[in-house]
Write a protein that binds this ligand. Structure first.
Ligand code: FPP
Length: 233
């Protein structure tokens, strides 16, 4: 079995999972958090090297104050316990997204976790928080414009390599497989540049019900695809 080097996930369906059980939406996120932790270990066991999850988008701020604060508290709690434990077990953790838009204490926790896990050689775990692909591209373009303005580079130096190296995912290879749960088939502003040649797998399971078997099924489907890369017709 060919194991994809980088798997990225749009974790969808927490709300629907909770609703189906007559629970508040927040409980769907709580259960979804547990799934993230489990999948981290499952991905590592399967031999996946890079695992990226879409935890909070730039659009998610529009949700109710109650839900936003529940999600932020959940992230706080995982960044200081479950993910910290993973970092102590050789997992490298990086946050993609605009960190400057996050609460100062979360920014501090992230800086500590990223620094303390920077040399870890095990699973490379990326968490997208306050992430939007258009926002990421916009920030990269402003930086490029400034580099040109300040004479650091010329316009001809802006090539695909420059762009890749100045996105939040610099140094992280593009995903080989993207999984979206809960039956939706949209990108929702996730990794637009990086997913150019990625295979997509859509699972009907809500994220809180996603498990190792479903991850294995996605990899099986990935193996059956005829990968043509850049010269695909
Ligand atoms: C989508 O479900 C999920 C989210 C917007 C948030 C994802 C967050 C988690 C899984 C938990 C915390 C994350 C970590 C990394 C610990 P939805 O609420 O849009 O579901 P719905 O479409 O059914 O309403």
């Amino acid at each position: 079995m060919n194991i994809p080097n980088h798997v990225a996930v749009i974790m969808d369906g927490n709300g629907r999972w909770a609703k189906a059980k007559g629970l508040p939406r927040k409980m769907g996120h709580v259960q979804g958090g547990k799934t993230v932790e489990e999948m981290l270990y499952a991905a590592d066991e399967l031999g996946i090297k890079y695992f990226t999850v879409y935890a909070f988008s730039t659009e998610n701020w529009k949700r109710s104050e109650d839900e936003v604060s529940a999600l932020m508290n959940l992230l706080r709690s995982y960044l200081t316990s479950g993910f910290k434990k993973a970092a102590n077990n050789n997992v490298r953790i990086r946050i993609i997204g605009d960190k400057t838009g996050l609460a100062p204490d979360i920014q501090e926790i992230i800086a500590d976790l990223e620094a303390s896990s920077a040399a870890n050689t095990g699973l490379q775990f990326q968490i997208a928080i306050n992430y939007g692909s258009r926002d990421e591209i916009l920030r990269m373009m402003r930086r490029a414009a400034n580099d040109v303005k300040n004479g650091v580079i010329g316009p001809e130096d802006i090539d695909e390599a420059y762009i890749s190296a100045h996105l939040d995912t610099a140094d992280i290879p593009d995903p080989d497989l993207l999984i979206r749960t809960s039956g939706e088939q949209r990108l929702s502003n996730f990794l637009l540049w990086q997913l150019a040649y990625t295979e997509f797998y859509f699972s009907d399971k809500h994220w809180p019900d996603f498990d190792k078997e479903e991850l294995a099924k996605a990899i099986e489907a990935f193996n059956k695809r005829d990968r043509r890369f850049g010269n695909a017709k």
